[in-house]
Structures are given as structure tokens and as C-alpha cells.
Design a protein around this ligand. Structure first.
Ligand code: AQP
Length: 342
């Protein structure tokens, strides 16, 4: 059986990158996999979260899952802290994973920045918890954005080392699934930075709950360059954008990539449509498709966020189902490790 695990942190400001890079893909995967979708609140508190805001943000991510089309009857939707196997397995993995592995994680370096000594220990061992999230369900596949590839590699290494250390064939070596045209959506203000929840400028991202006016304004003000839009001859033989070209015009390629993803077209189709166009006319088309695709999802998210009892009920039921899968696996791990359970 093929099983997917994935999660989104409830850290507020869910944006187009989270939608195109993650949540939208989660929906399609339901047809081919048993899917477990988590709101990873244990991960969220690796950086400070106001408790009241954290509760609201947890409901926001749940609402986004539901509004985007994840079906809670087919897939398991729950928040991480309700299933204690995540934290328990993470501890065991803290004792399997080597310091050297964690020291190489680029995301820790980016997030801790110059204030490494002040970062929480949780942020440093974040990849250990991520390995536990995935392996507590023996997930066979994980859909990941580019930015999470290194962490998944660490999960694979952890499974391998655990199996070797204890002489068992217990954990699967989980495979990545890189999906979708816009796997990496960049900031609307600076095409070299990824679109991010924690960017202090709200103009840098399109939030999933932005209304049509906000979407239009953000796209209108998005950074561009003075040239006309490129044609299909800019693509390589595989129909992809060569890295050096992307670096020359990061903002233009970012907006074109967003358009391609939202309109379900490939690069060649989009470039054929807009070759030689001004940004002004392209931005109108981009606004139209963004409003058409995100508008209904944002509206449904807002409606669900008003109904906390319903959303909490979904999470409770999901946690019970998640626990039923994870607990027997955790018990086997405890047995393998040698924990006595009289
Ligand atoms: N810009 C992006 N483009 C494509 N995919 C993205 N994801 C995030 N940003 C982009 C994908 O969204 C999923 C959930 O992300 P997360 O909330 O667990 O953590 P993150 O990657 O740290 O997200 P942010 O938005 O960048 O938050 P902050 O600012 O808090 O760090 C993941 O699958 C991720 O790949």
C-alpha cells in the first residue's frame, strides 16, 4: 500500500506558495494514495507563537485543506500535538540522528541566521521531528517542495541507520514526490527570495484568503523588469527554463510560472501566449486567473474559520484515526529499542 504523509505549519499567512507547492497537490494525491495530512503545530512552536494565534492558525490550515478539496472522509486530517507518537518517536530519533547531520541542514542556518545561539533547540532538531512525522506512519511517499528535499534525505538516512543499528527491516526508505509546475513560488517583491509566511511585507505574497482587490493590487505592484516577455525559444530542449535564464529575470519567470501553475498550462503554452507582451497586459491576465482560482477557496476558508466547532471536530476525528495507525508502529519501535512495557 502506498501511503503519503505531509504537513503544513500553522504559522499564519498561508500563501500562494503553500497552495501551489503543497496543498493543491495534496488534493490530487487522494486518488492514488492513502493520505495523512497534518497541521504541524509541534513544528510551529520551534519559533515563538502566541498561544491564541496558534489556535486560530491551526484552524486556518485545516480550513485551507478542506476548502482546497481534501476530503476528510478519504484522507486523515489532524493536528500533530493530538498524536503523542510524533514526539515520542522524535525523541528516539534524536538518539539515532548524528549532530553532524543536523549541522548540515541549510534551513536551520537560514532560519536561525546570525542568532544561532539564541535559536530554540527545537529548531535545531526540527528534522528529527519531521522524520518521526513520516515514519510514525511508515509513509512510503512524501510530496515535498524543493526546500524540503534535504530534510527528506535526512529522514531516509534516519530510517536506514535505525534499521542498521537494530538489525531490522522496519522502516521504509520514503520516496520524495516533486509535483506541479510551480514547485517554488518566489516573493512578489524580490524574485530571489521564496514567498514566505514570515516575510514582514504582506505585499511579498498572495495570501490564500486575500480578496480580489488585494490580489489585484499585489500583482499590479509586483516587481518586474523593463523588458518584454520572452517567447518559447527561451526554453531548453525539455521545455524547461534554464537556470541561468531564470537568474537573469527572476521576477518575470516567477510570475510566468505562477500563471502556468494556476492556468494548468506548461511553459511553452504560456510563453506562446505572452511572447513580446508588456507586463501590464500579462498582469491583467494573471490577476484574472488568480482571482478565479483562489477566490472560491479563500471564501470557503473564511466560512469554515467561522465554524470552529466543525473544524475542531474534523481534527479530533482525524487524530483518532492517525493514532490508530501510529500507536502500533510506535509500540513496535519501543520493543525493538528495548523499552520494557510490563
Ligand atoms: N514559496 C513556496 N513555493 C512553493 N512551496 C512552498 N512551500 C512553502 N513556501 C513555498 C511549501 O508549503 C508547505 C508548507 O510549508 P510549511 O508551512 O511547513 O513551512 P515553510 O516551508 O517554512 O513555509 P513558509 O511559508 O516559508 O513559512 P515560513 O515563512 O514560516 O518559513 C511545504 O511543503 C513547503 O515546501
Amino acid at each position: 500500500m502506498k501511503r503519503i504523509f505531509s504537513g503544513v505549519q500553522p504559522t499564519g499567512n498561508l500563501h500562494l506558495g503553500n497552495y501551489l507547492g503543497a496543498i493543491r497537490n495534496f488534493v490530487g494525491l487522494q486518488d492514488d494514495y492513502e493520505c495523512i495530512y497534518c497541521v504541524v503545530d509541534l513544528h510551529a512552536i520551534t519559533v515563538w507563537q502566541d498561544p491564541e494565534a496558534l489556535r486560530a492558525q491551526t484552524r486556518e490550515v485545516t480550513a485551507a485543506y478542506l476548502a482546497a478539496g481534501i476530503d476528510p472522509k478519504r484522507s486523515i486530517i489532524f493536528n500533530q500535538s493530538q498524536v503523542s507518537a510524533h514526539a515520542e518517536l522524535a525523541w528516539i530519533f534524536n538518539c539515532v540522528i548524528r549532530m553532524g547531520w543536523l549541522n548540515r541542514m541549510t534551513q536551520f542556518k537560514e532560519k536561525a541566521g546570525k542568532h544561532r545561539e539564541n535559536a530554540s533547540a527545537g529548531l535545531f532538531v526540527y528534522p528529527s521531528l519531521m522524520a518521526a512525522d513520516i515514519l510514525a506512519y511508515k509513509a512510503t511517499h512524501v510530496p515535498v517542495g524543493d526546500d524540503q528535499k534535504q530534510h527528506l534525505e535526512l529522514t531516509r538516512d534516519t530510517a536506514q541507520k535505525f534499521n542498521n543499528d537494530y538489525g531490522v527491516e522496519f522502516f521504509p526508505i520514503t520516496e520524495p514526490l516533486i509535483l506541479g509546475a510551480a514547485t517554488r513560488v518566489m516573493s512578489l517583491r524580490d524574485g530571489s527570495k521564496k514567498m514566505s509566511k514570515s516575510d514582514p511585507s504582506d505585499m511579498s505574497r498572495i495570501n490564500m484568503t486575500d480578496d480580489s482587490d488585494a490580489i489585484a493590487q499585489k500583482i499590479r505592484r509586483a516587481t518586474t523588469d523593463p523588458e518584454l516577455l520572452p517567447g518559447p525559444e527561451a526554453l531548453d530542449a525539455e521545455g524547461q527554463v534554464p537556470e541561468e535564464r531564470r537568474k537573469e529575470r527572476p521576477e518575470a519567470w516567477n510570475l510566468l510560472g505562477i500563471y502556468a501553475a494556476l492556468s494548468d498550462q506548461n511553459w511553452a503554452q504560456v510563453l506562446a501566449e505572452f511572447e513580446g507582451s508588456q507586463f501590464s497586459s500579462f498582469k491583467k491576465a494573471l490577476t484574472e486567473v488568480a482571482v478565479e482560482k483562489l477566490g472560491p477557496i479563500g471564501a470557503e476558508m473564511k466560512r469554515l474559520q467561522q465554524d470552529a466547532a466543525y473544524v475542531d471536530g474534523i481534527l479530533k476525528e482525524g487524530a483518532e484515526r492517525a493514532n490508530a495507525v501510529a500507536l502500533p508502529i510506535l509500540r513496535e519501535v519501543q520493543e525493538i529499542v528495548g523499552f520494557l512495557r510490563p
